[in-house]
Design a protein around this ligand. Structure first.
Ligand code: NI
Length: 198
């Protein structure tokens, strides 16, 4: 079994039983997005991108009580990844978080790609589905979840690091705007539109 396959298996086991927004399926979509971006951009080391994408939520503080990326680090060490490469992977992992990195761009191509891949999974049809799933889990009704689109999701398109992700984001962004318009029509609420004309 190669290391990428081992990492997929590792996260599937790690997230087993976790049905929230940050589950194994999210990680696998981020991995898929990341590899698509990497292939088009031809930038960064593909194996570093793959492992950073697969391990990007392995030490998520909402789910795991680990310090210093302990889950990701022990996976990499136990699969013989040398220290330099492991550090590069961990740096990419740590540059992904939205709340911790607001306004900061990752300084490696791998970090930029994985951050974009994670953000793509927060918008479009999957972003809409995840937003309401997360809201429901936290006792919020549909109207409360709508605010999240304006506070965060509609801003992501312009925060992509790579050209490829920006292009992928356009379609997802347009879909969210169409959804919000239709939602406003059906519920008789004000069409909130994009933040610029709010
Ligand atoms: Ni994530």
């Amino acid at each position: 079994m190669d290391i990428i396959e081992a990492a997929r298996k590792y996260v599937e086991d790690l997230f087993r039983g976790n049905a929230g927004g940050h589950d194994a399926a999210h990680t696998l979509r981020v991995y898929r997005n990341a590899m698509m971006i990497q292939e088009k951009e031809r930038n960064g080391d593909p194996e570093t991108v793959a492992l950073a994408a697969l391990l990007h939520d392995a030490d998520d503080h909402k789910l795991f009580h680990t310090e210093n990326n302990q889950n990701a680090r022990s996976f990499l060490a136990s699969h013989g990844v040398d220290e330099n490469k492991a550090e590069r992977i961990i740096a990419a992992v740590n540059s992904v978080s939205f709340s911790q990195n607001r306004g900061k761009r990752p300084d490696t191509p791998e970090g930029k790609i994985v951050q974009d891949a994670d953000r793509l999974d927060a918008i479009g049809a999957i972003g809409i589905a995840r937003t309401f799933a997360y809201g429901g889990e936290h006792g919020r009704g549909p109207d409360d979840s709508i605010a999240h689109f304006h506070e965060k999701l509609l801003l992501l398109k312009d925060e992509m690091n790579t050209f490829t992700a920006r292009t992928m984001a356009e379609e997802r962004h347009a879909f969210m705007l169409a959804f919000l318009e239709q939602y406003a029509r059906e519920t008789g609420t004000e069409p909130a539109g994009s933040p610029e004309n709010a």
